[in-house]
Ligand binder design. Structure first.
Ligand code: CA
Length: 330
């Protein structure tokens, strides 16, 4: 991964084509494949019987009907943890668009123009099932669409007595993806997990250090301000191949003349040989001062020169990149 800047930036379908179909359903992953994503993202947590399942939260309640199917199975905090359910129970659930409790007590969605939240016809896939879907579509579509796997809350899993990393790597091994560095990225917000993967487990797969803000509560043991400094990035380069910052750590806003203000993060990362894959590009949630999705992509791909991006709308990013390539050829 040294040398950092690739010829064409990669399109990573964030939780699948989640702008169009409920996140992390096989339907959203099939759509992302058809839309020409280069990589499709898997967030992974464990079931009680230790099976890696593709789910963004360690909870089941925001994206499935678990509360209706298994009343009384929430912990004291009111949440239904995937780790408290065996796989055969998780298989009984119906997945839907992410919902939150609204002010009136009725469920609401963050993105009202997306897939209707009251249609719950999907399942929570295992990691193995999702890999079968993607590799199957790679065969039928003659593609090499890759996996982009995130270890969710590995330290929390460990405190609950489960080794998430070992379980995920075992599935990748079984599916013959553990030795395909061209087709798999591994990502995590926790640097200790990435250091273990690189130094102890000696994975050949490229590793991406995700960068949050310290006040998000993502992982209290990691200092994300430090990771963005020159010293921190040099440290990251000792165990990882790239960083995944969020949009606002790169794009700072517009100045009074309307010019884009960028941080030095991408340049500093590239100087250290790290690729940069920021998250999350949403055409229905543009950052302040940005008037269109294409304008947002201009800022990140032309000005900031990132190496790839996580997007809920892989078709729009694919079309933009293909159009730019056509222009460059003229
Ligand atoms: Ca993720």
């Amino acid at each position: 991964m040294a040398g950092a800047k690739a010829a064409d930036p990669i399109v990573i379908a964030h939780r699948g084509a989640s702008g169009y179909l409920p996140e992390h359903t096989l339907a959203a992953k099939a759509a992302a494949h058809a839309m020409g994503a280069d990589y499709i993202e898997q967030d992974v947590v464990l079931s009680r019987d230790g099976v890696p399942v593709v789910l963004h939260d360690i909870y089941l309640d925001s994206t499935t009907d678990v509360a209706r199917c298994f009343p009384g199975r929430a912990r004291a905090d009111g949440r239904y943890y995937a780790l408290d359910f065996d796989l055969d129970e998780i298989r009984q659930l119906r997945a839907h668009e992410r919902l939150m409790q609204g002010a009136e007590g009725s469920p609401v969605t963050n993105y009202p123009r997306r897939f209707p939240g009251d249609i719950a016809m999907f399942r929570v896939p295992t990691l193995a099932e999702e890999i079968d879907l993607i590799s199957g579509m790679n065969a039928s579509r003659e593609r090499t669409t890759g996996l982009y796997v995130e270890f969710k809350a590995p330290n929390w899993h460990r405190a609950q007595g489960h080794d998430l990393v070992a379980a995920v790597m075992s599935v990748l091994q079984d599916k013959e993806y553990a030795d395909r560095p061209q087709q798999v990225f591994l990502q995590c917000f926790d640097d200790r997990t990435l250091r273990r993967l690189r130094h102890e487990l000696k994975t050949p797969l490229p590793l991406i250090q995700l960068i949050a803000e310290n006040d998000w509560g993502e992982d209290s043991a990691v200092d994300y301000d430090y990771l963005q400094t020159q010293e921190g990035l040099a440290d990251v380069a000792s165990y990882a191949d790239g960083i995944g910052p969020w949009i606002r750590q790169v794009y700072l806003g517009m100045d009074e003349s309307g010019a884009t203000e960028l941080s030095e993060l991408v340049n500093h990362a590239h100087e250290k040989g790290l690729v940069v894959h920021p998250y999350t590009f949403r055409s229905d949630e543009l950052p302040e001062g940005v008037t269109s999705f294409d304008r947002l992509l201009d800022i990140f791909l032309q000005q900031a020169q990132v190496d790839g991006l996580f997007t809920d709308f892989p078709d729009k990013a694919r079309q933009y990149i293909d159009r730019q390539r056509q222009i460059a050829l003229q």
